[in-house]
Write a protein that binds this ligand. Structure first.
Ligand code: FAD
Length: 522
């Protein structure tokens, strides 16, 4: 497909326009659409593409109201499209109203800002001057008044009304309104500091600040770590009764009615369980690898790398910090595997190793899956992929503790395992794209830990709201402020940022072998 040569791929959350789909996607759309017209050979476009990608991640919740799209004008097929839209230089960004008609040229962003925040504000400016018809999914963005609030619950059937008090220049109220667009049972309105009645009534002295208004008429201040957009949005998306549109409400008492065939195992959501690591190992070696009856070439070297990382012991640290029986098994499989000098092995031979070792005392790969921290509220949710992430986070942390020599050892083992064996092929492709794009930035063991964390958050961002999301375990940018408040901070301009040093400290402790719980092991 044309997209492959272009600057964006499907996992970027950017609509990829081509001569074939441009009319269909751009004209008569229910959402407004922002289009970047670029040429893949243009250096400025290449430099700008990471910003546009971050913007797409940043405003992904706004999609029903405003979509981001891009088209590569450098391909033969697309050139005419770009000419028709009057594009003469790259990159050009244009805003197309919802329900744009064929022949519409859109409005160009003149001298547009090259940062996410500036672009986000520009998009809001464009939305506010949106001509009729207004995109149906877009909530009102103008400031509210005492009169509207007084009769709010008569006309709106929601449990929570969040009021963001701010000055006229602030965009936070409008940003949070859009961030909550895909969530039910909550509405957000901005109130200007000049709205004296409301400001006095609530005794508001800080701008911005956020108050919750309940139908009974009482107000409470929303407690957040920082008075900033990300913190408001995160807190509001998690209010009781607030659910993502189209998702069943999360089960609040613990999920004994979890619709899975197994009894529910109560667990602590902020801990790692050995049972998940062992289950992941079991499924990977007895399930996923078993799909290859003959293992050769790249798959064979992937398997060797994977097992050798799992079996590694250095400076008193086991990379896989499991029970002695499992460690013994991994070591014997590893020495057997490293001795296989032929071009291929059969899975049968590997299976025999996995099973025969059980006859050797104190050597065993636990049988079967027993998910604990990775249990899902439905049988098709969480489990193995959750176990895979957890396993590799633990491995990067153990490699750091063991002062491994090669900072990429674990991540390249993961990359090749995922490429050769991970059953979810689109996942493997996305992961490979991320690895190709930025794995070279990893130069230390600490940056390996952080790389996996930040790429996992990318995946979380992309999957928030997807069918595979367990409503009881929403995909968040992890760890939440509740789990690690020191991990979160804000820049001078109010944008959220991670404190990487604190995140690293958190990860090293969270995934360390001494924090892993051994409940539910046989
Ligand atoms: P997971 O995302 O599986 O996370 C497991 C646990 O890790 C969480 O419960 C949390 O405790 C912790 N955690 C969460 N975020 C982080 C973080 N940033 N750093 C450290 N720990 C964290 N599914 C798709 O539909 N499409 C894909 O393209 C896709 N790609 C994938 C690629 C890989 C390599 C893997 C392993 C999985 C992929 N999946 C993909 C599956 C998806 O990411 C989840 O694993 C799955 O939906 C189960 O989600 P979960 O709620 O159990 O949380």
């Amino acid at each position: 497909p044309a997209s492959e040569a272009g600057l964006y791929s499907e996992s970027d959350q950017v609509l990829l326009l081509t001569s074939e789909n441009v009319e269909l996607l751009l004209m008569n759309s229910t959402a407004a659409t922002v289009v970047e017209f670029y040429a893949s050979w243009c250096g400025h476009c290449v430099n700008f593409s990471p910003v546009y990608r971050s913007l797409a991640r940043d405003i992904k919740e706004w999609k029903p109201a405003v979509e981001l799209a891009a088209i590569d004008c450098a391909t033969d097929q697309n050139r005419k499209v770009c000419t028709n839209y009057g594009i003469t230089g790259y990159p050009t960004i244009k805003f197309f109203h919802a329900y744009s008609k064929a022949g519409s040229q859109g409005q160009a962003f003149k001298a547009f800002p090259r940062d996410v925040r500036g672009l986000r504000h520009k998009i809001i400016d464009k939305l506010e001057t949106h001509e009729e018809p207004w995109p149906p999914a877009c909530p009102p963005l103008e400031p509210t008044s005492q009169a509207e609030i007084d009769s709010f619950f008569e006309t709106n059937n929601v449990e929570h009304l969040a009021l963001i008090f701010e000055d006229g220049k602030s965009y936070i109220g409008r940003e949070v309104t859009l961030d909550l667009l895909q969530f039910e049972n909550v509405a957000v309105r901005r109130v200007l500091n000049t709205e004296e009645g409301l400001v006095t009534k609530l005794g508001v002295t800080e701008f911005p600040s956020c108050y919750l208004y309940a139908p009974a008429g009482n107000f409470t201040r929303l407690q957040v770590h920082f008075e900033a957009r990300t913190f408001y949005s995160y807190a509001l998306q998690r209010l009781p009764g607030v659910v993502r549109s189209g998702k069943p409400p999360p089960v609040t008492t613990h999920v004994s009615t979890n619709n899975t065939e197994e009894p529910w195992r109560p667990f602590n959501r902020s801990r790692v369980y050995m049972a998940d690591l062992e289950s992941a190992l079991h499924y990977s070696l007895r399930g996923e690898v078993a799909a290859h009856t003959v293992i050769k070439g790249e798959a064979l070297s992937s398997l060797k790398k994977y097992i050798s990382v799992l079996a590694k012991y250095q400076k008193h640290f086991h990379y896989f910090p499991g029970r002695p029986v499992a460690i013994n098994l991994l070591r014997s499989v590893n020495s057997w595997l490293q001795n296989q000098t032929g071009d291929e092995i059969s899975y049968e031979a590997l299976r025999e190793m996995l099973d025969n070792s059980a006859q050797t005392p104190d050597t065993a790969l636990p049988e079967g899956e027993r998910w604990v921290g990775c249990q899902g509220s439905q049988p098709h949710l969480r489990r193995y992929p959750c176990g895979v992430w957890t396993l590799f986070h633990v491995l990067t942390v153990q490699a750091k503790n063991a002062e491994g020599k090669d900072p990429l050892e674990v991540l390249s083992a993961m990359r090749s395992y995922v490429r050769s064996f991970f059953g979810c092929r689109p996942c493997a492709e996305h992961f490979e794209n991320m690895a190709r794009e930025s794995l070279r930035e990893v130069t230390t063991l600490s940056s390996a830990v952080l790389w996996l964390w930040s790429r996992h958050n990318r995946v979380n961002n992309r999957l928030a709201g997807a069918l595979s999301e367990d409503p009881n375990f929403p995909k968040i940018q992890w760890p939440s402020p509740e789990m690690c408040s020191a991990c979160h901070t804000v820049k001078g301009n109010g944008e959220h940022s991670w404190n990487n040093e604190q995140v690293l400290a958190f990860l090293l402790s969270y995934f360390s072998s001494s924090s892993i719980l051994t409940d539910y092991l046989e």
